[in-house]
Design a protein around this ligand. Structure first.
Ligand code: NAD
Length: 274
């Protein structure tokens, strides 16, 4: 199996709809030992049974990334229970509600700072704190979205955070390359998860992506999970600093496919009503 003998930690499972769950499933199926973290006590109740499902009931730790001490404590726990780690998954993002709708220029500094801290700086801090226990071909993976590369309605503050996250991946990849450690991101197509529920008109995004992607379908957490597992495995040993799209090809589209009516007039393939 592809991940036999590999040990790692996945941050960001909230429930079995989470993208992190899809990545954990694929890694565990391929023989990896996976440790999990949870944000708070109410999510702990959901994460513990998931860890048990993957034979990791004894590898579940608290980690609110806005609390630097919890990241340090996580490192100590992983060192004690796993020794070295071969992969780290950062599947975490948060922006206050005000940053995900309305006028972009109205975003407050407070909301901006929170989003950047939880969604971007946490990747740097986790990398730095866990570095001493990373094996010398460790792979780090984070999750981005197309709204960090191009304008997407309502994605607003999170778009800016994802742009910063994608550049953080590249700068970390260069910095850690000398240690043999790889850093990549998956830019996933829209998927209905807890985090996605915070974005206004998310159902419209799903329909739009399905209608206008080359594969004419939305992606699943299993598909993102399998691509994530590849980036965490030795199969991708020469891949670093990459923003890998797992989005049914949506990002390559310059304009929606156009059909013509009986009078030869163009009409867009999907008008939002079907
Ligand atoms: P999710 O709600 O299942 O996962 C988000 C996770 O972030 C949760 O587990 C939550 O507990 C965690 N989190 C939030 N604040 C935290 C904090 N302070 N400390 C520790 N953990 C914290 O939703 P998801 O869609 O699986 O999101 C995972 C990642 O995928 C996010 O980075 C998201 O932006 C990204 N992403 C999602 C989509 C999508 O459409 N769902 C698409 C592309 C990228």
């Amino acid at each position: 199996m592809i991940m036999n003998g590999k040990k790692g930690v996945i941050l960001g499972v909230a429930n079995d709809k989470s993208i992190a769950y899809g990545i954990a499933k694929s890694c565990a199926e391929q023989g990896a030992k996976v440790a999990f973290t949870y944000l708070n006590d109410s999510l702990k109740k959901r994460v513990v049974p998931i860890a048990e499902e993957f034979g990791s009931g004894d590898l579940v730790y608290p980690c609110d990334v806005s609390n630097p001490q919890e990241i340090k404590d996580l490192c100590e726990s992983l060192k004690r229970d796993l020794g070295e780690i071969d992969f780290v998954v950062h599947s975490i993002a948060f922006a206050p509600k005000e940053g995900l709708s309305g006028r972009f220029m109205d975003i407050s500094k407070q909301a901006f700072d929170i989003a950047m801290d939880v969604s971007v700086f946490s990747l740097i801090e986790i990398t730095k704190e866990l570095k001493p226990i990373m094996s010398d071909n460790c792979s780090i993976l984070t999750l981005s979205y197309y709204g960090g590369a191009k304008y997407i309605p309502n994605y607003n503050l999170m778009g800016v955070a994802k742009a910063a996250l994608e550049m953080t991946v590249k700068y970390l990849a260069e910095d850690l390359g000398k240690d043999g450690i790889r850093v990549n991101a998956i830019s996933a197509g829209p998927i209905k998860t807890l985090a996605a529920a915070g974005i206004s008109d998310f159902r419209f995004m799903l329909k739009w992506n399905e209608a206008h992607s080359p594969l004419k379908k939305n992606v699943t957490i299993d598909e993102v999970g399998n691509s994530g597992m590849y980036l965490l495995s030795n199969l991708s040993s020469a891949v670093t600093g990459e923003i890998h799209y797992v989005d049914s090809g949506y990002n390559i589209m310059g304009m929606p496919a156009v059909k013509f009516d009986e009078n030869g007039k163009p009409k867009i393939a999907w008008d939002g009503n079907n």
